[in-house]
Structures are given as C-alpha cells and as structure tokens.
Design a protein around this ligand. Sequence first.
Ligand SMILES: [Fe+2]
Length: 321
Amino acid sequence: MSLLDISPLRDGLPFGVRIAGMTRDMTSDPAIRGDLNALFRQHGVIIFEGVEPSDAMQLALSNMFGPLKEHPVKNVTRVDGDAMPGVVRIHSPAGSGGMVSLDGKLRSHWLPWHFDHAYNDELNYAGILRATEIVADGGLTGFSDGITLYNAFPKDLLAKIEGKTIIYTLNVQYENMRFGRPAGLEVVQRKPAPPGFEEEAKAMPRALHPAVWTRDSGEKVLHVSPWMCDGIVGLEDAEGDALLEDVCQTINRLSRELSYFHKWQPSDMAIWDNTRCLHAVSGHDPALDRSMQRTTIKGDYGLGRFENDADGGKILSETVV
Ligand SMILES: [Fe+2]
C-alpha cells in the first residue's frame, strides 16, 4: 500500500479514509485490490482524491470492489449507451426535482439520511459516486456510519430498538416522511414522479430489515433509514411510532457531529458500504444545474425480506444520492 497516500476522512472521525494517488493502472493490481477491499471493509467509506475524472476510471475503480449491479430503473440515463453498462448519470437541472426549505434556505434535491434499497428485500453492497457538474452552493454528499452510530447511541434507546425489525415502503415524497423529519422542514415542491409510479409503489409489499445487525467481525451496525421507514414490526401503534421517531431523531442528532459531508471536486470518487453506512444530500441552490455519475456494486447482507414472504417483483425505482 506504499504507493497510496492514506489519511483519515477527518481527524477524530471513527470511520472513513481518503486515498490519494490511485491510478487506472493500479486498479488491475491484485495486491492493491486486496488491500483496498480490506481498507473499505474496515472503514466503510473511501474518498479517492486526484483520480482520473473519466467513466473508464469510475468503472475500473468500481470493478475492484465487486461486480456491478445494473440500475433497476430502465429510464435512468446510462452513460455512453451500452458501452458503459452500470454507470448511471444523475442530472439535476435547475428548477427540477423536489424542493424544500430547511434552516432558512431553499434547497433542491435535498435527501435525508437513508440507505439505498431499504424498500426492497435485497440491498446493494456499495455505491460509487463522482461529480461531473459541481454546484458552487451546496450539493454535498453526507456519510454516517452505522457502527459509529451504534457505539454512540444512548444505551437505553439501544436496548429498546436492538432486536426489532423496521418496516419500509417505497415512499419518496418528503411530505410523506413519517419519522426523522428535521425540525422546520417545509416542502416547497413535490418530487416529480412518472405517471403511475405512486400507485405501483403502494402495491409493493412492505420490506423488513433489522434495526441492528452484526457483521462477521462481530461489530454491531445500527442500520435504520429515517427516509422511507414506516414502523416497527409488532409495534405499529403510538408507542412503537414514538420509539422509531426517537431512534430517527437520535440518528439525525448524532450525525451532526459524527458524519462527514463531502464537497466535491472533479477528480474525486467516493465509495460507501450501503449495508453499514447511511448517506444524505445537502441539497443545493435550485437555480443551479448538478450532475453526478454513479455505479452500484452487487452484494447483499441477506437479512432483508418482504412482509409475509411476499414476492416483491421488480424494483420500481431508486432515488439516488
Ligand atoms: Fe441514495
């Protein structure tokens, strides 16, 4: 690993590293691949800095961590057609998307803390992002680590939520967020949805994931997504709802200190473990265009399922970054 310059994501933060010096040639080196996977396993988030800002580099870097998972949404824009399968462009033109007012600022494309595919029985192992059109104001991607959250969580609250199963639904609208809404959040513009999307989403079975799970290493992960969670199995009453709200607001509160928000540069790429970390987006000035490119790495933790062992059919959508 001597070829790489490795440093903490931020001093004092218990997760995440930044790595400089990664070249495309190095992505085919088995020793570097092994070291990087071990680092990723240990730290949960890696920000690669100063890498070649190209689709080919994003693919090469992604392939080091596992096979790509094709994006489930057919009408999501692929980069370079079939030549770059699995690379998805996320373009947020000015004035598009959902818009909220938060902390006195108007923001488009804000996303609360979440893990991807919570509404599905199967998760993906990791996502890799890079920015191709960077906004001057906002547009930061946040990462919060479930192992760090578990270790920092109030023990009395942990005792109540550990062993519980969380219910998720594919419900992307801000105004339908039941738990963990930031104080003062106002919805200014609904998120656009394709015709028939919300009806199809409502017809999907509810997905179930453990609130806490244990990795092979023995480390425990608090893995609750405030976005799209809908209740606690066996506790769908006022008491259960109050508990889930407490858990989600505690995630929000702890993540103010224990998270990392990345301000993008063109030569950055970020990978995060979706079975361990939550991510969020700060949102940006609605007058600005923003574009990101993303790949998704296959690999499930195997602990999710649909309610009543239902067949979930296809995944309908994923709101990314
Ligand atoms: Fe996401």
